[in-house]
Ligand binder design. Structure first.
Ligand code: C2E
Ligand code: MG
Ligand code: MG
Length: 552
């Protein structure tokens, strides 16, 4: 035996340890890891042909030692249970004494170990692909994005990088024009050509047409220009290039970021700003956005305890019959009494609407209103119907009707004293769910009203096909001294008469002046709500108002 057995055992041990860390069969690190054991075994080169079921054979060299090889070699086949196998050919190094049978046995053992490691590397890389890769786009996914960010943070180099969240603009038109498959190809070209412009970092798919990118700060202009509009050839005969562009939210890291969420939070807020306030589809996270984000986090973190401490209260805004000046109902509007100050709903509702928290608040408000009504009834006070707002975030909750009825019945409130306000809806999916809830309310004797009618997406189908009781017309229809007042009056008149001919009650919101009241009287619109009568009032004040009469 020419191989020194002890040296072999030692080298084999080291080899095993190091191979565990190598992720692929043909990896640049292989050379270094193979060398000590191949020196001991007198191996000059190892070639392999890798066969997998249903694939072309993959030939390659997994190790070449410095210096010549002798003519001596032998081959060995290793097979896995999956049906995959490898043919290895081992060449003796020039100058190493000829291998005898015992030597060949050791070398054969070494080849078996190589095969086991190669198999494991393949499984690991397959699992890695499944976990971290988006097959359609041929780039990493959200997990891969987090992993890359995490690595950069761990290496203390985050201050050198920037990140970006982008959403492709109007990509549904590209899909419709060129077909989904071609749309996917165009999308892939767009993101891969951006990735090719980055020296480190990369582009990752978050889902659908949402992506994230990490780049070195010096490459900011390149990324920005790419996302502002890049012409991509569609690869379809006769079709022109497509200009692909995105809404993009950027954040240039400062080096203070400790976790991946420190970066993710900022780029997700920035992309919302890019979509809403930016003029060029691009927004770089700044102090204003930081304040918004801090505010959002404060509200989210305080919400649960605010509910528990009953810091949210119902204010009541009277609804008035303009013929008599009498209160015929009220709308319950939420206020947050926070550190002694009254916080208006627009400061927290849009934030709560980004999660399920709004649903908790709405049910809490309904419960509060029911308790107040029960109290008025129990004290023998006169009571009016109160409307409660339900966010559209509830649509999709299969138990919505059940929960609403549960709250009303638990408080023993007659159904005719409650009205539910829902805003208009845009999509067919919402429409189906809206139909379910409005029908259910109707069958249970609870009124349903269309809130803010006229802004957003008015749909006559929505009004006609569901058993609504009330149409609440938005204040933007009221003439207010602006140049298009005449147009507004004409539209208002038509909306009022349409509502009446559909048998709906009609109320106009945001009435502030006597002139507006006169106009409404003239149109035979009977009910109104607005500062002309009262602002939303704290419960105690509303209780005093409930029987009074406004002079019209
Ligand atoms: P909304 O349901 O359309 O409520 C009417 C809003 O118009 C109220 O604003 C009210 O104060 C305001 N308003 C009433 N009269 C006038 C007027 O004469 N002039 C003007 N300029 N405004 C008037 P508020 O209380 O700030 O509420 C804003 C929105 O917040 C509400 O609009 C509603 O969408 C939402 N909101 C309030 N409370 C709740 C709640 O408990 N749940 C849900 N989901 N949303 C709520
Ligand atoms: Mg409302
Ligand atoms: Mg409204």
């Amino acid at each position: 035996m020419n191989i020194k057995a002890l040296d072999y055992i030692y080298a084999q041990n080291e080899f095993n340890k190091e191979m565990d860390a190598i992720p692929a069969i043909f990896h640049p690190e292989n050379e270094r890891v193979y060398k000590p054991i191949c020196d001991v075994l007198g191996i000059g080169r190892v070639d392999v042909v890798y066969y997998d079921v249903g694939c072309e054979p993959v030939p390659g060299t997994i190790f070449v030692n410095a210096g010549e090889i002798s003519g001596d070699s032998f081959s060995q086949r290793e097979a896995a249970r999956s049906g995959a196998y490898s043919d290895y050919t081992v060449f003796r190094k020039q100058g190493f004494s000829e291998w005898d049978d015992e030597d060949r046995e050791l070398i054969s053992g070494f080849i078996k170990t190589v095969f086991i490691h190669n198999g494991r590397a393949k499984v690991t890389s397959m699992a890695e692909r499944l976990m971290f890769f988006d097959q359609d786009m041929d780039i990493g996914n959200l997990k891969a994005f987090f992993r890359k960010l995490g690595e950069i943070i761990a290496h203390g180099r985050i201050g050198e990088y920037g990140a970006c969240y982008f959403n492709l603009k109007r990509f549904s038109i590209v899909n419709r024009t060129y077909g989904r498959d071609n749309g996917t190809k165009i999308m892939r070209r767009f993101v891969k050509s951006l990735a090719a412009k980055l020296s480190d970092g990369g582009v990752y798919r978050i889902g659908g047409d949402n992506f994230a990118a990490i780049f070195e700060q010096g490459e900011f202009d390149v990324v920005k220009a790419h996302l502002a509009g890049t012409r991509i050839t569609a690869e379809i005969p006769g079709s022109p290039e497509v200009n692909v562009l995105a809404n993009a939210g950027f954040y240039l890291c400062t080096g203070e970021e400790k976790t991946v969420n420190d970066v993710m939070d900022k780029i997700s807020s920035a992309v919302v700003m890019a979509k809403t306030v930016s003029k060029d589809n691009c927004f770089i996270f700044n102090d204003e956005a930081r304040q918004r984000l801090d505010n959002r986090k404060t509200i989210e973190s305080q919400f649960a305890s605010a509910i528990e401490k009953r810091e949210f209260v119902a204010f009541y805004q009277p609804k008035v019959d303009i013929a008599t000046g009498r209160i015929i109902g009220a709308e319950a509007l939420c206020r947050w009494i926070r550190d002694g100050k009254v916080v208006p709903p627009m400061a927290f509702i849009p934030i709560l609407e980004q999660s399920n928290a709004i649903c908790t608040l709405d049910f809490y408000m309904l419960d509060t209103v029911c308790k107040d009504i029960r109290g008025w009834l129990d004290k023998g006070m006169s009571t009016v119907k109160v409307s409660v707002n339900l966010s559209r975030m509830h649509l999709g909750d299969e138990k919505l009707l059940e929960t609403v009825l549960g709250i009303i019945d638990k408080n023993h409130v007659p159904h005719e004293l409650i009205e539910i306000e829902l805003t208009e809806t845009t999509t067919d999916v919402d429409f189906g769910e809206l139909r379910g809830i409005v029908n259910g309310l109707h069958q249970n004797g609870i009124s349903a009203s269309v809130d803010d009618f006229g802004i957003g997406y008015s749909s006559l189908t929505l009004i006609k096909e569901l058993p609504w009781d009330v149409l609440k017309i938005d204040k933007s229809f009221l003439p207010d001294g602006s140049i298009n007042d005449e147009q507004k009056s004409i539209m208002l008149r038509h909306v009022v008469s349409m509502a009446q001919s559909l048998g709906l009650q009609c109320i106009i919101e945001g009435v502030e002046t006597k002139d507006q009241i006169s106009l409404l009287k003239d149109m035979n619109c009977l009910h109104a709500q607005g500062f002309y009568f009262d602002k939303p009032l704290p419960k105690a004040q509303f209780e005093q108002r409930i029987t009074s009469q406004y002079s019209i």
